[in-house]
Design a protein around this ligand. Sequence first.
Ligand SMILES: Nc1ncnc2c1ncn2[C@@H]1O[C@H](COP(=O)(O)OP(=O)(O)OP(=O)(O)O)[C@@H](O)[C@H]1O
Ligand code: SF4
Ligand SMILES: [Mg+2]
Length: 352
Amino acid sequence: MTVPFLEVENLHVHFVGRQRLFASAMPTIKAVNGISFSIERHRTFGLVGESGSGKSTVARAILQLADITAGTIRLGGVDVTNVRAHEELAFRKRVQAVLQDPYSSLNQVHQVRTIVGDGITRHFGIRPGPEREKRILSLLDEVGLTDDFLDRYPYEMSGGQRQRVSIARALAVAPELIIADEATSALDVSVQSQVLNVMKRVQADTGVAFLFIGHDLDVVRHVSDDIGVMYLGYLVEQGDADGLHDSPAHPYTEMLIASVPVPDPAGQADRRTLRRSFKRDSEPPSPADLPIGCPFASRCPFAMDICTEMMPTPTVARHGGHVRCHLHTSGPILAGESVVPYIRSASRSPSV
Ligand SMILES: Nc1ncnc2c1ncn2[C@@H]1O[C@H](COP(=O)(O)OP(=O)(O)OP(=O)(O)O)[C@@H](O)[C@H]1O
Ligand code: SF4
Ligand SMILES: [Mg+2]
């Protein structure tokens, strides 16, 4: 059996929130609540969910930028939950990040030569000169940028070009994992797909693993082998990307799928019906005051009494992954099968 390169086990990240006026205690913001997943080399794990679901907090915990409340993170089988100061340089060589806003994450006063070359010097000790220049040009070529980008500053490039430079900068240290947090979300659709193709090519060429974070399930599916769906800090469904998309088992996953427009008019009408069945306007609970039952109950058209009383435990879904929903265990009504036919029949019922 292949040992996964990254293993995240039962990760919890809680923050101390700001004290409200007249409140006696500081609130605890439970941003991530016991999530587990793993990524093998050459593979991409997509993390998808609405704003505030805890995706970036997971990324920050892996990158050692957020304190971990509980859980374990392993790289290549070695515990890296809390990397010590003297191990940090080696850790940063193995795990790199590409973030949403390359304009703020790239140093504006440096040319591409320095932005990409710095990592080569820091991690491989190759000083500025012909050898370093050769490596930078090869990295630019890998991300589809020509030699004349060497002398450009970030403000002289488009959003897509800056994001390619961010990828080249990450690749400069030959990392084993790249965490791409909303890396393409700010780009136009056509530029977005060019950058996604760059990532796929880079993975085919180098074998680097990706944790790809986004809020659009269609985009995440395009690049991912496996997907985890997050809601309010919980992983509510996880499985093979195509299986999960074609046969979603959690009502929230179905809601995400229904929110993506499709060109076919019949399919579009179907999705509209599905969309209407969800209580989209109701606010999700606050991570500072999590319900004891299912976190999705306030928006779920199928909520039963048990849903507000007890947190569902993960159970096997038809696509081979896991789903956290009482519909699959209480009854069992679905027993791991797709939620789609159930939603269609329920959405025709007047009670929904
Ligand atoms: N440093 C912090 N202190 C307190 N609360 C925080 C902190 N960082 C994140 N949070 C809270 O944790 C929750 C999860 O935030 P996070 O940024 O991880 O969500 P996200 O899924 O990445 O959202 P988005 O799609 O908007 O980027 C939110 O309620 C957020 O307000
Ligand atoms: S556990 Fe209940 S409320 Fe939660 S998603 Fe399933 S049916 Fe809906
Ligand atoms: Mg985020």
